[in-house]
Design a protein around this ligand. Structure first.
Ligand SMILES: C[S@@+](CC[C@H](N)C(=O)[O-])C[C@H]1O[C@@H](n2cnc3c(N)ncnc32)[C@H](O)[C@@H]1O
Length: 232
């Protein structure tokens, strides 16, 4: 399937994650060279600084971020949501407690319920980024904080060239080996190219009713953390 069409097709996304759920963590750690632990730990520390009582980890997948947040915010109630049941089953097996099957484009939560909402490597896979951010805005309390952790494009040209080589020519083969599903990661490179990066993500968040901190590029800018507060 054309990478751009795949990214915009929720059924393709759901069935792809369902098919790799059991090998998702291995693929993640392998393809990121173990950096994904560091990225989620950094995000969990930023969440703790908000001292939240109610956290929603959206597109929680196998639950690694929800578990990292549980460590840094032991007294917070953490709800972990995803629209793919086999991924939620992985999260349950790893000890995530409050799991909800939910589509990020139509969340089954009331308005203004959470102080903090996190989404790691999930928004990029959603069919309509603006609508998904609108839902995040709706379920956050005024003054609440959204954190988005996702791939971004490094600004330094030589690194960008090298990164693109990795994304389009190395990663799909490694992913095929790790997941036994070639198509699962075929669209990843294309999805990263089209996803808003750096100030473009902040511009989108501002349009959706958030006030943004400066983006935090990690690991030479191959991923970034975006932090934004729901305007009151
Ligand atoms: C790359 S995984 C990220 C999982 C986890 N957050 C992590 O950091 O490893 C993307 C997850 O987003 C979920 N997802 C994609 N589109 C979604 C949607 N519209 N609503 C809810 N979950 C969605 C997928 O099912 C998948 O579990």
């Amino acid at each position: 399937m054309d990478p751009q069409l795949a990214q915009k097709n929720p059924e393709f996304v759901r069935s792809t994650f369902a098919s790799i759920a059991g090998r998702y963590d291995l693929a993640n750690h392998l393809l990121s060279g173990g950096m994904d632990f560091i990225w989620r730990a950094k995000l969990a520390r930023l969440v703790a600084a908000c001292r939240p009582s109610e956290v929603l980890d959206l597109a929680t997948g196998s639950g690694d971020l929800a578990l990292a947040i549980k460590k840094t915010c032991p007294s917070a109630h953490i709800t972990a949501a995803d629209f793919c049941l086999p991924m939620l089953e992985e999260a349950r097996r790893k000890g995530v407690e409050r799991l909800v099957q939910a589509d990020g484009l139509a969340l089954p939560f009331s308005d203004n319920g959470f102080n903090v909402l996190t989404v790691a490597f999930g928004l990029r896979n959603m069919a309509d980024w603006r609508a998904a951010i609108g839902e995040m805005h709706r379920v956050l309390r005024p003054g609440g904080t959204v954190f988005i952790l996702d791939f971004s494009l490094p600004e330094w040209e030589p690194l960008l060239t090298f990164y693109r080589l990795y994304l389009h020519h190395v990663l799909p083969h490694l992913a095929h080996w790790a997941t036994q599903r070639k198509e699962a990661y075929e669209y990843l490179g294309g999805s990263i190219e089209t996803f808003p990066s750096g100030q473009n993500m902040n511009a989108l968040l501002e349009e959706c009713g958030f006030s943004c901190e400066a983006p935090r590029p990690l690991t030479l800018g191959v991923v970034s953390i975006y932090q934004a507060c729901k305007r009151t």
